[in-house]
Design a binder for this molecule. Structure first.
Ligand code: NIG
Ligand code: FE
Length: 405
């Protein structure tokens, strides 16, 4: 048996309730002072008293540190290959994301880069990013397809996601994303192929846990999303949707009514959408990295969602187009500064609530029986929002792996 003691932390942030936290649940967040955490075989077995190490234990001295749950990044577009900085430069000169997409740039450009790269190239590129994410405290992450755009290329990206998972210490959850209409096909034809061929094959190979569809004027509409939802239900997959990012397509409301696990982005969410999400169990996944990168003046109604009791989660949306951002501490900064979340709300959204979005109940909180996924900060939680250019992560425990700076 391996035992690890994280000793004498100045502060340990705990959430007494199990599962996601919303509405009055935020008042239950508790900060324990001068306490320790004991882990056995990658699981937390006690919190509080400072057990004396017996000489064979691994010990991390957390004196002066704040210990928080490992971050769960519930929305990334890994694995991919290559960046698209020239598109960003064009956007900084005034070109719109939608217009770059329309000229076979954007998602189509990443599909071409992925197709031209070897499997080893893609894995090397993606492992490097995931490793850096671990150093910044991400102990679980979502991976997606969506840069394949043919059945074979989507399956290749999903298989690469599973290979990536075997090469990193973090746990993953994998999503099949219906992302862009492939050249020479109608949106309806591609959705039919996805439902009839891609999803059943991906399930047969145990490649995916969820499906996602990009509802936008440049991609798919709600009728396509409904067809994907039926296919996902038949296969027992969680349903997610890229919703109301560039315009109000009534997708937030749709997701709530159809029992989706999450509606992600939500910059243009309508008043009806706010009400529908607040009343539902559909998570509002906020991705401020994309808002920051695209310099969108229209922000999601984050305060109305939180104050109305919605289940709010955060992710990086790491992708080479709209969010070349892989740090959850930076996403927390953006969520507080751009969207008006309070630091504790952002922390909960990046841990307990993000883990709920991935259907994982054994992490996202520091509790007996939970996975030993811990992040040590050398500052109190408020500093995550207050000092954005200071790297506060001084140690990470990810199950059986521990790393200190
Ligand atoms: O979540 N908007 C759709 N999908 C991604 C961007 C993908 C890309 O530009 O490569 C997003 O923002
Ligand atoms: Fe995305």
């Amino acid at each position: 048996m391996s035992r690890l003691i994280v000793r004498n932390a100045a502060r340990i942030v705990t959430y007494p309730t199990e599962g996601p936290i919303r509405g009055p649940g935020f008042d239950d967040v508790t900060i324990l002072e001068n306490a320790s955490i004991v882990c056995e075989d990658g699981i937390i077995v006690s919190i509080g008293g400072a057990d004396e190490p017996d000489g064979t234990d691994d010990v991390i001295d957390a004196t002066g540190c704040t210990v928080i749950p490992g971050f769960v990044d519930c929305h990334t577009h890994l694995p991919f290959f290559g960046w698209r900085a020239e598109e960003d430069a064009a956007r900084l000169s005034g070109v719109r994301y939608q217009d770059i997409h329309g000229t076979q740039g954007g998602i189509f450009r990443s599909a071409a880069l992925l197709a031209a790269a070897t499997d080893e190239d893609v894995l090397r590129f993606s492992v490097e990013l995931a490793t850096s994410m671990l150093r910044k405290g991400t102990t679980t992450l979502e991976l997606k397809s969506g840069y394949g755009l043919t059945i074979e290329a989507e399956l290749r990206q999903l298989r690469l996601a599973r290979r990536l998972a075997l090469s990193i210490p973090q746990d993953v959850s994998v999503t099949c994303l219906v992302h862009a209409v492939p050249g020479g096909k109608t949106a309806g034809e591609w959705v039919a192929e996805v439902c009839d061929v891609l999803l059943p094959k991906a399930v047969e190979e145990s490649l995916i846990d969820a499906v996602d569809i990009y509802v936008e004027t440049i991609a798919f509409d709600l009728e396509h999303a409904a067809r994907i939802a039926h296919a996902a239900e038949a296969l027992g997959l969680r349903k997610r949707v890229h919703a109301d990012q560039l315009a109000d397509n009534q997708t937030g409301s749709f997701a709530a009514r159809w029992g989706f696990t999450s509606a992600d982005h939500l910059n243009h969410l309508s008043a009806d959408g706010i009400a529908d999400l607040c009343e539902s169990d559909t998570a509002a996944v906020l991705l401020p990295g994309a808002t920051f990168t695209l310099r969108q003046s229209k922000k999601p109604p984050a305060r109305s969602l939180i104050d109305g009791g919605a289940l709010v989660a955060l992710g990086t949306d790491l992708n080479p187009g709209t969010s070349p951002i892989h740090s959850m501490p930076f996403v927390i900064t953006l969520a507080c500064r751009l969207y008006g979340l309070r630091p504790i709300e952002a922390l909960v959204a990046a841990t307990a609530n993000a883990s709920h979005v991935l259907g994982l109940t054994d992490r996202g909180r520091i509790a007996v029986g939970a996975r030993a996924d811990l992040v040590l900060l050398d500052v109190p939680v408020d500093h995550l929002a207050y000092r954005p250019d200071e790297d506060p992560v001084v140690g990470v425990v990810c199950g059986l792996e521990a790393a200190r700076r």
